[in-house]
Design a protein around this ligand. Structure first.
Ligand code: SAM
Ligand code: SF4
Length: 382
């Protein structure tokens, strides 16, 4: 069964956080931890039902994301893992990722996760500046963030990622380089670097709109991205996606599913799924999710893209992958098109501009192209 129709990846959403960070627009809530028990029961119910969608094939990747999955107790995580194993099942060599916020767990907790089969930890470090962390309402300081990576090592977690944000208020190119270098000193296996998005409706957006906080301009943010490239390369990380770097063998298999536009199931409040060419999503509020789980009516909406829309969307996502890019054989196999012919004008134009490299096998964005990846990719939508 094709991987773009039948899901081999499962995402489980944990929408609880200790505080709501000032920049965050994810479907997460502070002050609702009292609902965790009921939520996990509802989530386990959904996981049990959705297992049928894999047509008997076990999951190859599982991702506990949030929110803050590390606010779950080990017995709650065990319940969810047991349910996954009893429903579709989990491959013996599956990648099982767990997002964790520094300061919310200790070594015993990580050893417990290891014993349950979790083999990849994703740590939200964000910044290594204490004052920035405090102002953004993070619940940890820089030392705790650094220690969290070491803790993962000591607990025998085989793969650890750190998330960092650049373009933060008060950040300069120099402080950013310094923080990134310090984060790399902790020797993570994988690094995700996100440019700060000032999301509408967040407290950050209000502070910026009122002129109380200033964020670096677009050129400075692009400089920060460029400044990161040689640092990561020298430290042995391979740049495999616009915002992601990995030591060899530590690329996120789960996220590759999204970038290849392949099928996945998403369980939990507000989670999105892509199954048999249909996208659908659950109700967002925790209370509504718990209530509607009882009647099995979790879906809040859906859409089905036309084949042309799917082709365009898959191309836009593929361009994010620095080495894989638009892999021509994948497109031939999945869509029955000859990519070099179908997009000839775009490939030629982008190559002339120095933004793309085209070989007989694939078209990939160059470093200059990755810097303007959104603009480059929009051509493929039209
Ligand atoms: C789904 S969030 C959850 C991670 C985890 N709860 C934490 O904050 O430590 C994943 C990542 O998205 C990034 N992120 C969240 N909001 C962002 C924003 N407005 N701009 C840029 N990156 C953001 C952060 O780096 C965060 O670690
Ligand atoms: S801890 Fe993570 S998910 Fe929660 S509010 Fe902060 S950034 Fe968002």
């Amino acid at each position: 069964m094709p991987r773009w129709l039948v899901p081999r990846a499962a995402y489980l959403h944990v929408p609880f956080c200790r505080t709501k960070c000032l920049y965050c627009d994810f479907n997460t809530y502070a002050g609702k931890e009292r609902l965790t028990g009921e939520y996990v029961a509802a989530l386990a119910g959904e996981v049990a039902r959705r297992g049928a969608e894999t047509e008997g094939l076990p999951f190859e990747t599982v991702f506990f994301g949030g929110g803050t999955p590390s606010l779950l107790s080990l017995s709650q995580v065990r319940r969810l893992m047991d349910t996954l194993r009893r429903s579709a099942g989990i491959c013996a060599d599956a990648e099982i990722t767990f997002e964790a916020n520094p300061g919310t767990f200790g070594r015993d907790y990580l050893e417990g996760l290891r014993a349950l089969g979790i083999n990849r930890l994703s740590l939200g470090v964000q910044s290594l500046d204490d004052e920035t962390l405090r102002r953004l309402a993070r619940t940890h300081n820089a030392a705790q963030a650094f220690a969290a990576v070491r803790l993962a090592r000591d607990a025998g977690v085989p793969s650890a990622n750190v998330d960092l944000i650049y373009g933060l208020p008060w950040q300069t190119r120099e402080t950013w380089q310094d923080h990134l270098a310090r984060a790399l000193d902790a020797e993570p296996d994988h690094v995700s670097l996100y440019a700060l998005t000032v999301e509408e409706g967040t407290p950050l957006a209000t502070l910026v709109a009122k002129g109380r906080w200033r964020v670096p301009d677009a050129d400075s943010v692009a400089d920060m991205y460029e400044a990161a490239l040689p640092l990561l390369e020298r430290a042995g990380y391979r740049h495999y996606e616009v915002s992601n770097w990995a030591r060899p063998g530590h690329e996120s298999r789960h996220n590759l599913t999204y970038w290849r536009n392949e099928a996945y199931v998403g369980c939990g409040a507000g989670a999105h799924s892509f199954v048999q060419g249909r996208r659908f999503w659950n109700v967002r509020p925790i209370e509504a999710y718990i209530r509607r789980a009882a009647t099995g009516t979790l879906e809040a909406g859906d859409e089905r893209l036309t084949p042309a829309e799917q082709l365009a969307e898959t191309a836009v996502l593929a361009l994010r992958l620095r080495h894989e890019g638009l892999a021509f054989d994948r497109f031939r196999h999945r869509f029955g098109v000859e990519p070099a012919r179908h997009w000839r004008a775009h490939l030629e134009e982008l190559s002339k501009m120095g933004l793309m490299e085209v070989t007989p096998q694939r078209a990939t964005l160059t470093d200059a192209g990755l810097l303007v990846s959104n603009e480059a990719a929009t051509r493929f939508l039209g």
